[in-house]
Write a new protein. Structure first.
Lengths: 603, 398
């Protein structure tokens, strides 16, 4: 079972720095400056012609022009032509925020065979024209200073190349429920190795315990058995049960993980993987005693009820007595007021209606009352809801401020009080034999895993993705993805879909065999490093800095693959031995100095 | 039932809807309370909203609310709601079934329930009651002779009179019980008490106006049925309009009833003996003849409509519906045969037998009134009375 990790470790290419230009020295660069009107957004307040003229005489500037819209296709083509004709080796565009168009003009540079890191975007809109609409002269003066600073930074720029790191063609799937199993099969099918780490002693998760499911009435157990058989057919999948991920180190695309496998003799298994898919699922809400009568005999939760339905035949029997009336109370533990579980669990309406239909088909005399706040049988589940109503289930919407209450009656049955919004505000009492509390999902308690992987947890307790719509399975931890109900309440099909999305995302990272990382990382000037390391090591939130011995001397070393380029270590170094590529001390100093030149009056 | 938790709330009757279905309630489970039916109903106003609310009572199992709804009887089943129902839950037929259920619930004997829900047993009871009256009266029969029909020689007038009185007493008892049972429920639900009816001059005047509206304007005049029910689409010729057929049946029945009372009254004050030959223009005979024509026309049209299922109201028929129509029709039609026999020379023998049949069926019709569809003649005016009260109330508050 133990996984023999690939012996080869990743090769981390060093940031490609070419020969350092002499800071401050000018006259050997060819820089183009383009000042954008932004259709008046800038030019209404900043005299762009004046800025252009002021920059014309700036050392190293060979092109200084204004444009109506720098981002327009035509202007981009003109810039490409200018870079090539004038053999420019640096580009400055004074326009809007880099958030908007940095990538656009880096693209212009690339198309003109200019290194994109030789490009500097100067923000003269949000940080100048829009901020100083009452002072045109001052705004113009400031714009000139900002563009000069940009030129100064560009003058000292060096061409940088993306960091290329080799990646391991293997993914770890944490959690062997339906999302994890389907992801594992998918990963194996596109040629990646897979390690499934399951905390329980068997694969399957919650779905393995479910009976017939909508719409094809295949049981959860059957569907899990199918997936387990598919997993068994694929030798590239390793399954570790009774196992927990206990540590993760290494860098993007090359993670070294340790898994503790329990059993008669506990052992540690090391696995090296390129990516990790977390599919640890959910827990079901456990009502408090007294919550909607929970604790009274005959009051059960949804999982208890579905088990009762699926484990029997014919009319429903509860504790030896035939059940003739069922009351369902929806949204238990979900859609709570602020501070509680405010979310909706999505699956519970459909699961309840489905279970109620199953039992209705077995006993046409059974009376079923669904006391709800809203029924959310969205999409195709709506058909189930319609069928349920037509089979005689009664749906009663109660007002939020008067929820139902449950009590035991003298005759042993349960009395459920409810207000039906569709007939008025009178309180009604429903005599029932069984009360089903429709309980939703809650986040699974997984502190260990959360801290090992540094997973971001939302206010609701579920794991957070980077972007809920466009990057739904990636987390801020590079190479670690989330799938299934550990992210948010999901139905089975939604869990599987997100599992497969994680497969695609893993494939996107791992199938090329390498990954390109941003080269804007910190580097250590070993000659200057005094080897104190305590300060810089502590300042790094990503554990990218280590102390190493070089020629018998202790120095700090920064892993370019792990470094995120935050710059946190740069100012803390007492020896100024750390520099951030793309934002070197020399560049920033030159920029600031250029700004101050504006003290001279503008002609 | 007792409960430790709730004492003031009303209990849901989980069997209500399935019980209603025995009375022919369309399957209203499909109803999702959209309210299209209520919106389209020409009879709905701020004082009474239906059918949605009434259907909801049935779905949930709110039996008390259902049986205390004056709205049940505000409906004339034009069928517009059923035509526009998006779930084809057939609200108009549901309303009809709920009225059947109410008739069976307001009377304590269970006879109405049997007549509605067990057609075979019901038909047997109907035949047995008629046979009983026939045999009972035939047991005291006299001779069939005389130059003209001497009907009251054949069946003694006194016997018919006192049997009739007994039947009327039974009818009155059952009627009063049923009406009280219904009126108390509706009054409670409408917040009407004896004080609000009789508490003072203003109250009395209001109650009087409501009574006139219920009995005069609506029951005799059929105003809303005539003016507000938009049930003729395409518009039927006048002689086929539902309200006119219904009105002719009412007027015919009341005419025959008053002709009988008039004949008896004339005997009481000594103008003429019951059963003496009289010409066609004689007041009691003339009224009876015209009323008989109206009744037979109305009932015949009802029967034809039911057979041809020409409208929503005629689509679904219970045995009990037929029972009322058949009894009415026999009573009316046999009356004409007797009338013809009376004016024929040589006193045909079949006249006697038809007379016996006529009397037996008429007795049965009255005896069974509170237990058949005929009971709507008692309950609808009560509902219309409360409707008029409510309407009046709303005018005052606005």
């Amino acid at each position: 079972m133990s996984e023999q990790p690939d012996a080869s470790t990743s090769e981390q290419a060093d940031a490609g720095t070419s020969e350092q230009a002499d800071p401050g020295k000018s006259g050997d660069r060819r820089i183009g400056v383009f000042i954008c009107h932004c259709g008046g957004n800038i030019s209404d307040y900043v005299d762009v012609a004046k800025v252009r003229d002021a920059l014309k005489d700036e050392p190293d500037v060979v092109v200084s022009e204004t444009t109506l819209f720098a981002c327009s296709d035509g202007t981009q083509q003109e810039m490409v032509a200018a870079i090539q004709e004038k053999k420019l080796d640096g580009l400055v565009v004074a326009s809007c925020s880099p958030k908007l168009h940095q990538i656009t003009f880096q693209g212009v540079s690339k198309r003109a065979d200019l290194n994109p890191y030789s490009y500097t975007q100067v923000n003269v809109r949000e940080q100048c024209s829009w901020a100083h609409t009452d002072d045109h002269e001052g705004a113009t003066e400031k714009a000139i200073g900002l563009v000069r600073a940009g030129v100064a930074k560009t003058r000292l720029s060096t061409p940088l190349e993306p960091l290329v790191v080799k990646t391991l063609p293997k993914t770890m799937v944490v959690g062997g429920g339906v999302a994890g199993l389907r992801a594992a099969v998918g990963l194996a099918d596109i040629g990646l190795g897979v390690v499934i780490v399951e905390r329980a002693s068997a694969l399957g998760g919650w779905v393995a315990e479910l009976g017939p499911m909508y719409p094809n009435e295949h049981s959860g157990r059957e569907q899990i058995d199918f997936l387990i058989a598919e997993v068994a057919k694929r030798p590239s999948i390793t399954v570790l049960t009774d196992a927990e991920l206990v540590s993760k180190s290494g860098s993007f695309g090359n993670y070294i993980t340790e898994v503790r496998v329990k059993g008669s003799h506990s052992q540690m298994v090391t696995a090296e993987v390129g990516t990790i898919v977390v599919a640890t699922g959910f827990d079901t809400y456990e009502p408090e005693v007294g919550e909607f009568g929970y604790g009274i005999d005959g009051v059960v939760t949804l999982p208890e009820f579905t088990k009762l339905v699926d484990s029997s035949k014919g009319p429903l029997i509860y504790k030896g007595k035939q059940v003739r009336t069922i009351a369902y109370v929806y949204c238990v533990g979900n859609r709570q007021p602020a501070g509680g579980n405010e979310y909706c669990s999505k699956f519970c309406c459909a699961a309840t209606v489905h279970a109620s239909l199953k039992i209705a088909k077995r006993d046409s005399e059974l009376r079923q009352y669904h006391l709800h706040r809203d029924i959310r049988t969205y999409g195709k589940f709506e058909l189930m809801y319609s069928e349920s109503r037509e089979r005689g289930s009664v749906y009663m919407k109660f007002p939020d401020e008067t929820p139902p209450s449950v009590a035991k009656m003298a005759d042993g049955r349960l009395a459920v009080t409810v207000v039906d919004t569709q007939t008025g505000n009178e309180e009604l009492t429903l005599p029932a034999d069984l009360v089903v509390l429709v309980t939703g999902m809650v986040p699974r308690q997984n502190q260990g895993l959360t801290s090992v992987l540094k997973l971001p947890v939302g206010v609701d307790g579920f794991y957070n993705e980077i972007h809920p719509k466009l990057r739904p399975v990636e987390t801020v931890v590079a190479g670690v993805m989330i799938a299934g109900a550990c992210q948010s309440p999901k139905t089975l099909s939604e869990s599987v879909a997100s599992g497969l999305a994680a497969v695609t995302q893993s494939a996107g990272i791992l199938l090329k065999g390498f990954a390109e990382l941003d080269p804007l990382v910190a580097t250590v000037d070993i000659a200057a490093c005094a080897g104190c390391t305590d300060t810089c090591l502590a300042s790094c939130p990503y554990d990218a800095i280590t102390a190493v011995d070089t020629d018998g001397r202790k120095v700090a070393e920064i892993s370019a693959a792990v470094c995120k380029g935050c710059g946190g270590c740069v100012p803390v170094c007492p020896e100024d031995a750390i520099d951030l590529l793309g934002y070197t001390d020399a560049q920033m100093r030159a920029s600031i100095d250029s700004l101050s030149l504006v003290k001279e009056p503008v002609a | 039932m007792t409960t430790t938790a709730t004492k003031t709330t009303r209990f849901i009757d989980t069997e209500l809807l399935s019980d209603l279905k025995r009375f022919g309630a369309a399957d209203v489970s499909a109803c999702f309370s959209c309210g299209t039916c209520t919106a389209i109903c020409p009879l709905v106003d701020n004082d009474s909203t239906f059918p949605r609310r009434i259907i909801r009572y049935a779905q949930v199992g709110m039996r008390d609310e259902l049986l205390s709804s004056k709205e049940l009887w505000t409906c004339y089943q034009c069928g517009l709601c059923s035509d526009s129902c998006p779930t084809e839950a057939d609200p108009s037929e549901f309303m009809a079934a709920a009225r059947r259920y109410a008739i069976a619930s307001y009377e304590p004997t269970g006879l109405a329930r049997i007549l509605y829900t067990r057609p075979v047993v019901g038909s047997f009871i109907a035949a047995a009651v008629a046979a009983f009256f026939a045999v009972f009266m035939y047991a005291s029969h006299g001779p069939q002779d005389g130059a003209s029909l001497a009907l009251f020689e054949f069946i003694p007038e006194g016997l018919i009179h006192w049997t009739g009185v007994a039947v009327m007493v039974a009818l009155a008892l059952a009627g009063v019980f049923g009406i009280t049972s219904m009126a108390r429920r509706v009054a409670r639900s409408e917040g009407v008490s004896l004080a609000t009816l009789f508490g003072g001059r203003a109250q009395l005047s209001k109650a009087g106006k409501a009574l006139w509206s219920a009995l005069g304007i609506e029951s005799l005049g059929q105003r809303r049925y005539r003016e507000d029910c938009k049930d003729d689409n395409p518009v039927e010729p006048l002689y086929r309009r539902r309200w006119l057929i219904h009105a002719l049946t009412i007027w015919g029945f009341l005419g025959l009833f008053s002709a009988t009372i008039l004949d008896w009254g004339l005997a009481l004050i000594g103008v003429k003996e019951t059963g003496t030959p009289i010409p066609l223009w004689y007041p009691s005979r003339l009224i009876g003849t015209i009323a008989g024509i109206a009744l037979v026309y109305g009932v015949s049209m009802f029967m034809i409509n039911r057979l041809r299922q020409v409208n929503r109201a005629a689509q679904f028929t219970t045995a009990s519906d037929w029972l009322l129509l058949v009894l009415l029709w026999i009573t009316g039609a046999t009356g004409f045969f007797i009338e013809v026999a009376l004016y024929l020379p040589n006193a045909p023998a079949w006249g006697y037998w038809i007379f016996l049949f006529h009397v037996a069926v008429a007795m049965e019709l009255m005896l069974l009134l509170p237990f058949t569809k005929f009971a709507h003649a008692m309950y609808r005016p009560v509902a219309l009375f409360f409707y008029a009260l409510a309407a009046d109330k709303s005018k005052q508050t606005v």
